[in-house]
Design a protein around this ligand. Sequence first.
Ligand code: AP5
Ligand code: MG
Length: 184
Amino acid sequence: MGQAVIFLGPPGAGKGTQASRLAEELGFKKLSTGDILRDHVARGTPLGERVRPIMERGDLVPDDLILELIREELAERVIFDGFPRTLAQAEALDRLLAETGTRLLGVVLVEVPEEELVRRILKRAELEGRSDDNEETVRRRLEVYREKTEPLVGYYEARGVLKRVDGLGTPDEVYARIRAALGI
Ligand code: AP5
Ligand code: MG
């Protein structure tokens, strides 16, 4: 039987950082929709050309494109980073997990106050130059998170799978909390 973990949380919360480490230590595949999309943009594929302006604005890429990527990349043991992000994506994922007999081990909600999110992202902007890491787009990404993605907190809470984790502190401290919350 397959196994899956979801990382949920606002931009800059540390989802990617923590999902990478957990995937490596547990031998899971990390499936980050943001990373896959950025790779398409960097390679200039037709999908990349289509999503580039959307990502630069800080808006969400259409659900059907995302679901196609997920179906292509799904693995037996998988950690989702930045997916699902809308109720439609969450419902589609539920169906996909049921069809493939995959058990959801937990949904980790990484919680970080807004001023710290902005601080982290603007610091990364200096180091990496991600095209959506600027003050204006960060505000839009946060707004989109509150509007489209935050409703998933209630969705997963109602299913009894939500694990709230304090995302403040060092990456090691946060990681230990995640392992404890998942009990793995
Ligand atoms: P995506 O790539 O998913 O970006 P995001 O959700 O905005 O989040 P980030 O990657 O910025 O933050 P993170 O939580 O991963 O934190 P990280 O570990 O990097 O999405 C980008 C875009 O793609 C979207 O806007 C959308 O357009 C599109 N997209 C992607 N998925 C989609 C979907 N499912 N549906 C529709 N559209 C989709 O950490 C942030 C920084 O903080 C790093 O520099 C890190 O080193 C640092 N850091 C990490 N932990 C700590 C710590 N404990 N203390 C201090 N600093 C820390
Ligand atoms: Mg990320």
